[in-house]
Design a protein. Structure first.
Length: 201
C-alpha cells in the first residue's frame, strides 16, 4: 500500500505487510519530477520551470503548489485575477466565483491523479493508494468528480493494472497520531546509546 500526503509539502511512503513484521518505506518521492500529459500542462510546467528550474510533484501537488498553479494559469492564459493564497483559491473554485481558481484546482486534482498513479506503479501498490495530508479531506467530493481517477489509470499499457488498484482519501483527523502511537507501542522499536555515543551527541 502507498500513501501520499499533499499539504505543506508532499510526503510519499509505502507500507509492506509481512507475516512476521511489516515494513514502512519512507521516501522523498514528492521531489520526483512532475510530468505533463498535455500541451496545456507543458505550458504550465514550462512557466514554473522558468521560476524554479526543477518542477517537482511538490511544486504543483501541495498547498504552495496550488498557488503556483493559480499563478501559472494567469500567466499562460494572459488574464488578470487577484492574488490569492491556497485557501482562498480553493474557496473561490468551489463557490464558482473565479474561473482561474477553478482551473487551478482542476489542474491540482488531475496532477494529483497522475502522480498517485506513478506512485502506485513505482511501489507496486496493489493494496491501494491512500491520499493523506491536510488538503484532500476538504475536497473529497470535488476530487471524486474531477479527472483524478481517470488520470490515475491513464498509463498506456498498464491501464488495466492501475484500474485494479483502489484509491482512497484518509479523512480521519488524527491519522498521524495513530501512526505515531503504533511506532511508540512497537516492541521492536528500541534506541540503544552507549555512554560514549551519548557524550559525542
Amino acid at each position: 500500500m502507498a500513501v501520499l500526503g499533499p499539504g505543506t509539502g508532499l510526503g510519499v511512503a509505502c507500507f509492506v505487510p509481512g507475516s512476521q513484521s511489516s515494513i514502512v518505506i519512507a521516501s522523498e518521492g514528492g521531489h520526483a519530477t512532475m510530468a505533463a500529459i498535455s500541451d496545456r500542462e507543458d505550458a504550465i510546467i514550462d512557466y514554473l520551470r522558468r521560476q524554479f528550474g526543477h518542477v517537482s510533484a511538490e511544486r504543483v501537488v501541495s498547498g504552495s503548489g496550488l498557488e503556483n498553479l493559480y499563478r501559472a494559469v494567469i500567466a499562460v492564459d494572459g488574464i488578470e485575477a487577484p492574488k490569492r493564497n491556497a485557501a482562498e483559491i480553493t474557496n473561490a473554485a468551489l463557490d464558482g466565483t473565479c474561473p482561474v481558481a477553478r482551473a487551478a484546482l482542476d489542474l491540482f486534482c488531475a496532477m494529483l491523479g497522475t502522480f498517485a498513479g506513478n506512485v502506485a506503479l513505482m511501489f507496486g501498490a496493489r493494496g491501494g493508494v491512500f491520499i493523506a495530508g491536510g488538503i484532500a479531506p476538504r475536497l473529497t467530493e470535488h476530487i471524486a468528480r474531477s479527472e483524478f481517477r481517470a488520470r490515475f489509470e491513464h498509463k498506456g499499457r498498464f491501464r488495466q493494472y492501475l484500474a485494479s488498484i483502489p484509491s482512497s482519501i484518509i479523512v480521519y483527523p488524527a491519522a498521524t497520531f495513530m501512526g505515531l502511537r503504533s511506532i511508540a507501542e512497537c516492541e521492536d522499536t528500541t534506541i540503544n546509546l552507549d555512554r560514549t555515543h551519548a557524550e559525542r551527541h
